[in-house]
Design a protein around this ligand. Structure first.
Ligand SMILES: C[S@@+](CC[C@H](N)C(=O)[O-])C[C@H]1O[C@@H](n2cnc3c(N)ncnc32)[C@H](O)[C@@H]1O
Length: 203
């Protein structure tokens, strides 16, 4: 085993997210993950969801970690990371029937979140599924004081960061041919939001 970067939160939330993905991606074959981070989710999920080919991606500074997790996991269905920054990403010719991202929407600027949805809308085949895990506000309200504190800490660190309103994400989804179909509450006070790529694509 190599010594690899380890994210405690990714370890803790993997089980509950896996339950959602096992259902939402049950008919899918190829997943693009945006912002794979350490690579822990990719390797844990690919090992369990063997019907999927899992394409990892992130900014290049994360690639050594992702490659180390892939090397150690032994799963043949996880692909080496693409260098993918949503602000500049174009993946001509690439198409997937699933897109997954965790804990990215509150780290990226709101404009970049729009870029992520635009990318998801462009690479997803009609009927494809986008699952986004993280904390969300609903109707401008936080679901817990701890998520309000988390948001305040993020914004103090960088005013462009912050917990996003689900309604704003739905509006961006609409602009990119993605309609929300489900919302799963998972520990710890987070959710997996699910959008489906409409047959006719972008509005
Ligand atoms: C908090 S980490 C989450 C990592 C992993 N998904 C997890 O849940 O443990 C945020 C991730 O978003 C990625 N990210 C931030 N801005 C990005 C951008 N513009 N394009 C692609 N990924 C980005 C970071 O590189 C990082 O991997």
């Amino acid at each position: 085993m190599s010594s690899k970067p380890f994210a405690e939160s990714a370890y803790r939330n993997a089980g509950p997210i896996l339950e959602v993905l096992a259902h939402e991606f049950r008919h899918c074959t190829e997943v693009l993950e945006i912002g794979s981070g350490t690579g822990q989710h990719a390797t844990a999920f690919a090992a369990e969801l063997k019907h999927l080919e899992w394409q990892t991606s992130d900014l290049e500074e994360y690639h050594d970690a992702i490659r180390a997790w892939i090397a150690d996991c032994g799963a043949a269905n996880v692909r080496a990371p693409l260098a993918l920054d949503v602000r500049t990403a174009e993946l001509p010719g690439e198409s997937y029937d699933a897109v997954y991202s965790a804990n990215t929407a509150h780290i990226m600027s709101f404009e970049s979140v729009g870029d992520m949805f635009s990318l998801a809308g462009s690479v997803l085949r009609p009927g494809g599924t986008f699952c986004l895990y993280g904390p969300f506000r609903r109707g401008g309200e936080f679901n817990t004081p701890s998520n309000a504190n988390f948001d305040a800490n993020l914004r103090a660190r960088d005013p462009a960061m912050g917990v996003r309103d689900l309604e704003d994400l739905d509006a961006i989804g609409d602009e990119n041919g993605l309609q929300r179909t489900a919302l799963y509450a998972v520990p710890s006070n987070n959710c997996v939001a699910v959008w489906r790529r409409l047959q006719e694509g972008r509005q």
